[in-house]
Design a protein around this ligand. Sequence first.
Ligand code: NAD
Length: 289
Amino acid sequence: MNDVIFDRVALIGLGLIAGSMSLAMRRAGVAREITGYARSQATRDTAREIGLVDRVCDSAAAAAEGADLVVLAVPVGAMGAVAAEIAPVLKPGAVVTDVGSVKRSVLEAVLPQIPEGVQFVGSHPMAGTEHSGPRSGFAELFDNRWCLIVPPEQADEGEVRRLEAFWAALGATTERMDPDHHDIVCAVVSHVPHLIAYTMVGVADDLRRVTDQEVIKFSAAGFRDFTRIAASDPTMWRDVFLTNKDAALEILGRFTEELFALQRAIRTGDGDTLHDYFTRTRAIRRGII
Ligand code: NAD
């Protein structure tokens, strides 16, 4: 058990990430009371039923009032509106963080709403599954995963450290990152791979119309492994691409160039190019644990 790091924690949004945070906070004993709010009545009912947090509230403001840490765990496109809703009730000395998968746009949407005397520091736990909703969380989600910490320029060093200690207690390893660097890194390692997985499922389904044959039914292990992430929440991923447009387009452009080069090698029967490419990338992939 750890010491209490934030007396009262409010979770706005009660899905995979917030739910896992609540369970991990209880496991670590780092909060005395956890309140929560989600927009949908059905989610709030489920959260109450399974006791996901100590107190489910009927508004974001009611959950955030008096909290020492407020976590914005809603889709990235909703962060600004939620921050505006809770701003009037934030207590002086409180810390607000978000867990969004994109950082520059969240910083720009949330920071202007934060009142004086309250600190905003971004977080991005690099952990997830293809599941969503209040029943999908589990206490181990953040164990041995990175949590990227994105402090605004004027952030208070003591509060940034407190947030880092909080994530460490939840099992994560933290590293600080600048928002623009964060967004390009995540475009490569997470956002564009999701887009490609979604596309691959679309292509396989499309083929059914051409061949009049079920294709996905016969999907092999490779296809299943590769496309698992295409079962992820559509609202979350719509918002990621709308808010990380530049970085996603930059990485997609590079990806298409590589794909065209391989397409040309296949067309011209250039086995050396294919073999060299696969040898190089296999070595890199094998180095990733
Ligand atoms: P989720 O779909 O499981 O949960 C989202 C929750 O937000 C739901 O409870 C929903 O009711 C609530 N919600 C939606 N709009 C709202 C609004 N306007 N006001 C209040 N509540 C609202 O999603 P999740 O996977 O927990 O993702 C939450 C955040 O975490 C997103 O910003 C996402 O980018 C980020 N994130 C997700 C993953 C992942 O792999 N799932 C990983 C890291 C970060």
